[in-house]
Design a protein. Structure first.
Length: 186
C-alpha cells in the first residue's frame, strides 16, 4: 500500500487493511519479515474504519493514549530502529508536537493539528523506508550494531525488538479500539 492509499473520502482515514499470513517456516529472514508485516497490518487493522475524531479519542480509563498518538509513535519506532540504528543514517522525523505527560515523560500532543490522513501517510512512508533497509540489512543478520539503548546488538535483536514494539502497541490499540466502538478481535 502506498502512502496515499486508504485515505477515503467518507471521513474514514484508513480502509481496506488486509493482514498477510505469517510464515511459519522458512529462512529466519522470511519468518521475521512476515511477522513484522503481520504486526504492522494488525496495528492498522485496529485503526481501520475510524474517523479522525475517533482516532483522536481517549479511552474512559485514565490514559493519554490515542490510536493516532500510537500511529505517530510507531512511525518513530520504524525510523529510529531501521534508519538510525540499522542503516546508520539520519531519519526525517515529521515534526509532530509533543507534550509532557503526568509522569514527567513526553508523548505526542493530541492538539497537534496534523490531519489523521497525513499521519497515516507518514506512517506508511516510514514502513516503506524500513522495508528498503530491511532488504539490505538482512544480508548480514549477525552484524553488530552500536546500540546505546541496549548495548551493542546484532541485526536480529533489533528486528525482534521492533516486533516487540508492535506486539505491545497492538495490545494498546486493542483496548483503545474497543473503548471507541466496541470492536474486538485478535
Amino acid at each position: 500500500m502506498t502512502a496515499m492509499e486508504g485515505c477515503g473520502v467518507s471521513g474514514v482515514v484508513i480502509e481496506g487493511i488486509v493482514r498477510p499470513a505469517r510464515r511459519l517456516s522458512g529462512s529466519w529472514v522470511e519468518v521475521i519479515s512476515s511477522n513484522l508485516e503481520y504486526h504492522r497490518a494488525t496495528f492498522l487493522w485496529k485503526c481501520e474504519g475510524l474517523s479522525e475524531a475517533q482516532l483522536r479519542q481517549r479511552p474512559l480509563v485514565s490514559s493519554e493514549l490515542t490510536l493516532l498518538g500510537l500511529m505517530r509513535h510507531v512511525q518513530g519506532v520504524e525510523r529510529y530502529w531501521f534508519k538510525r540504528r540499522l542503516a546508520d543514517t539520519t531519519p526525517r522525523f515529521f515534526p509532530y508536537r509533543s507534550a509532557a505527560t503526568r509522569d514527567g515523560g513526553e508523548w505526542f500532543d493530541e492538539a497537534d493539528p496534523t490531519p489523521a490522513k497525513d499521519v497515516y501517510a507518514d506512517y506508511l512512508a516510514a514502513c516503506d523506508e524500513s522495508r528498503e533497509v530491511f532488504a539490505k540489512v538482512t544480508e548480514d543478520v549477525v552484524r553488530i550494531v552500536p546500540n546505546p539503548e541496549f548495548g551493542d546488538t546484532d541485526v536480529r535483536f533489533i528486528l525482534e525488538h521492533v516486533i516487540e514494539e508492535y506486539a505491545r502497541h497492538v495490545g494498546h490499540a486493542d483496548l483503545l479500539r474497543e473503548a471507541i466502538d466496541g470492536a474486538t478481535g485478535e
